[in-house]
Design a protein around this ligand. Structure first.
Ligand SMILES: [Mn+2]
Length: 431
């Protein structure tokens, strides 16, 4: 049998961090998610994509609404129905591993491969993608979000630094093990096909939005993994977790695809994209396909006149943008907020957030240095707390790390799995 690949190119599309079900200042964003999924399904068809890689955080919550789940399954059904595109999905920290795993079996019959959690068998993370004729075209190492309990057993008396080091080393060795196993499989096949890695984690040097800028990420206890240490052995590494699209470790083929829609106003200036990589054998060609903006998020700031003027021109434009308005004027704010609400009432525009950075007013609004609680993330609040308690600088890092760990634990709790577990326990007590 001829083992060289005679068929033409193999195209993958990498996306992640959809966060289906996420809202913005309590506003639902189903329309945007629906538009995105329609757009994505069209791209897959038009660009003749062979393999779709979804690198985690499909859902925003571990208990997604029925509507969010309906969107997910409708999309997958459409992809399965429209041609030869296969799919590999890994769970992110927001996803419920057990929820994703629950439909793993049925989805497999549609050539959709799901890895919600690691198992005792590393082979479960290695997927050989075959074309219609049964010819292997690629091998995927689908590593889901790794929880601390997946990697290291908590032991009493282990110092914080040792625990952190064990976690980092555990993650790196997990990637090394799956890459080795995939390499072995490639050798067994005797075919020079590409191997793709998938992961949902922070890597050192990754940049996140902090304030209004893209800044190097501070990750606390969430393992500081060097991108080079987990990308070895992969022709492409499809990462998720960071919402800004970027390559990591100076390697164009180890990338975060970023989220498809701006999740916050801070992300609104970012270009969102999909990563398409075309392989000729193992030779890659990268295309970043810029996504349309499905709903415009606009930030407006200025004094009363500037804001009113801008809103007026937006009304004339007839936009359906969502707005974040910041008053920076010297004069008293007066009834500006009410006036704006009245102005946009009969338009498709909506004001989601109104900030007043004029200090005297701000103090009356019980703000902290012009900040509102609703605009701070949990990490900001922790920083304020440490400042408030005059925590010594040299203790801050360890406290930050411990706090990160708690946040991470809360965020990655698999509520569904636990609910079922509790029911089982109750049953045992009854018996
Ligand atoms: Mn994530």
């Amino acid at each position: 049998m001829d083992k060289t690949i005679t068929k033409d190119k193999f195209r993958i599309l990498h996306t992640s961090d959809w966060h289906l079900g996420r809202s913005l200042y309590s506003r639902r964003r189903h329309d945007e998610f629906r538009s995105f999924l329609e757009y994505l399904a069209d791209v897959i068809l038009k660009k003749d994509i062979d393999l779709l890689l979804i690198s985690g955080d499909i859902f925003d919550s571990s208990t997604p609404s029925n509507l969010s789940q309906e969107m997910y399954y409708s999309f997958l059904t459409r992809i399965a129905g429209q041609g030869n595109c296969q799919v590999v999905i890994i769970a992110g920290n927001h996803d419920s591993p057990s929820l994703l795993e629950a439909t793993k079996g049925i989805l497999k019959s549609l050539n959709i491969h799901v890895v919600g959690a690691i198992s005792d068998n590393l082979e479960d993370e290695i997927i050989t993608i075959k074309d219609e004729g049964g010819m292997p075209r690629a091998i995927v190492c689908a590593v889901p979000y790794l929880r601390e309990r997946d990697i290291r057993r908590g032991r009493a008396g282990v110092s914080f630094q040792d625990a952190e080091r064990e976690l980092t080393e555990g993650i790196i060795s997990h990637y090394r093990d799956v890459a080795d196993l995939a390499e072995k499989r490639r050798e067994e096949l005797g075919m020079d096909i590409p191997i793709f890695g998938m992961g949902h984690l922070y890597t050192r040097g990754g940049k996140v939005i902090d304030g209004d800028e893209l800044r190097p990420l501070y990750v606390g206890s969430l393992a500081h993994v060097e991108p080079g240490e987990i990308s070895a052995g992969f022709d492409y590494l499809a990462l998720g977790h960071i919402h800004s699209a970027q390559a990591v470790g100076g390697n164009e083929f180890a990338r975060y695809s970023g989220s498809p829609i701006a999740m916050t106003f801070k992300e609104s200036d970012q270009k969102k994209s999909l990563c398409i990589v075309e392989f000729e054998g193992r030779k890659p060609l990268l295309e970043l396909l810029e996504l349309p903006v499905f709903r415009e998020l606009l930030r407006i700031s200025g004094d009363r006149e500037q804001i009113l003027e801008r809103i007026d021109s937006l009304i004339i434009e007839g936009t359906d943008a969502w707005l974040e308005v910041e008053f920076t004027g010297e004069s008293h704010i007066g009834d500006l907020m009410q006036s704006l609400e009245t102005m946009v009432e009969d338009t498709d525009m909506r004001i989601l957030c109104f900030k007043n950075s004029r200090l005297p007013d701000a103090a009356m609004d019980a703000e902290y240095d012009g900040e509102k609680l609703s605009e701070l993330n949990p990490l900001d609040i922790f920083e304020r707390l440490m400042d408030n308690k005059n925590t010594p600088e040299d203790e801050k890092d360890e406290l930050r790390s411990a706090y990160h760990e708690i946040l991470d634990m809360i965020q990655s709790e698999d509520k569904r799995a636990e609910k079922e577990g509790m029911e089982d326990e109750n049953l045992e007590i009854k018996i």
